[in-house]
Write a new protein. Structure first.
Length: 336
């Protein structure tokens, strides 16, 4: 059985009081298991950053319990909370490095706060920089680094206290696509080699696709949907999930297609969808189709998304196409 490492029970967070009060989270329940890479995704204003800051009590919930590694953080004194936070590392979109300190000294900083001696701290920081591939930059300053390098320093710093949990608040949002992939690969490596549980807060589906095991969809300040990445990609149930995961649900309106008949094909990640289905269908029926819209993506070697086809006028060919798609396990419906 998987061991829970983070448990949020009835978490509510309200900013302000009276008529001006704003509720950022409403009665959120969430369990994250040891060794997971867990994603929390939502549009701007959904409450993602508030949620992650509640996990380490940078934001204290208005109501509810936060339990990390068996400890109820919401019941601890400030001194006890500081001790427990050592097991929770955090990296941010803006890196939050100390610009007047060298790379090595940035990584040493949390060790200094914990009372670790300077020599011991520098030895450990050097090893952490080697792990993130920046040992040659130890004497450089943040202003001399690229965005990806600064985030690697931030990751090394977050690992300094040997955390069991690493919280990533939009940690790749300020990076270009290639650098984003390299940082995500690093997080996967750390998860695998150190067994550190990684929680990724993001608004980008490509991040969830690349690294996460499970994902929670956050909308209207509560969790709308929760499951494995493949489950939610295969059959998103909530409007928020469809908007984030299958942008094709916002396909052009029927009126924009013009005359003729149109089918919407849905690819749900089944093995059948790995085949060139449309090409095979055209070859079998001898009748061409026009692809007027497509939004598909590959996830773990499976195809998800949808496609809209303009059908031929030959009704016999259309009937045969429907039979072929049914046999192939592809869901389709007429766009009216």
């Amino acid at each position: 059985m998987a061991t829970p490492i983070i448990e949020l029970q009835g978490i509510t967070k309200t900013f302000g009081t009276g008529a001006g009060a704003v509720t950022a989270l409403k009665d959120v329940d969430l369990t994250i298991y040891e060794g997971e890479i867990f994603g929390v995704i939502g549009l701007s204003g959904a409450g993602k950053s508030t949620l992650v800051r509640c996990i380490n009590l940078l934001e204290k919930p208005t109501a509810g319990k936060v339990i990390v590694n068996g400890q109820e953080l919401t019941a601890l004194s400030q001194k006890e909370l500081r001790e427990q936070r050592r097991s929770i590392g955090m990296i941010f979109q803006g890196f939050n490095l100390l610009m007047q300190r060298s790379v090595l000294d940035n990584v040493c900083f949390p060790l200094e706060l914990c009372g670790v001696g300077r020599k011991e701290a520098r030895v450990k920081a050097q090893k952490l920089l080697e792990r993130v591939g920046l040992e040659s930059k130890k004497d450089a300053y943040p202003a001399q680094l690229s965005g990806g390098q600064m985030q690697r320093v931030a990751i090394a710093r977050a690992l300094a206290t040997d955390p069991k949990v690493l919280l990533c608040d939009e940690a790749t949002s300020a990076l270009d696509p290639t650098t984003t992939l390299s940082i995500l690969d690093l997080l996967k490596e750390l998860n695998r080699e150190l067994n550190v549980t990684v929680v990724i807060i993001t608004h980008e589906m490509k991040v969830v696709e690349a690294v996460c095991n499970r994902v929670a969809i956050l909308a209207d300040n509560k969790i709308e949907e929760l499951g494995t990445v493949e489950e939610i990609f295969r059959q998103p149930k909530s409007l928020a999930a469809r908007q984030l995961i299958v942008p094709g649900s916002q396909a052009p309106s029927r009126e924009s297609f013009g005359a003729g008949r149109f089918w919407r094909l849905t690819f749900d990640g089944s093995e059948k969808t790995e085949q060139p289905l449309v090409a095979e269908m055209v070859l079998r029926t001898g009748a061409p189709v026009n692809i007027v819209f497509a939004d598909t993506r590959a996830l773990n070697g499976r195809i998800y998304g949808q496609m809209i086809l303009q059908l031929p006028e030959n009704e016999l060919a259309v009937t045969e196409m429907g039979r072929y798609l049914t046999e192939s396990g592809v869901s389709f419906e007429e766009v009216i």
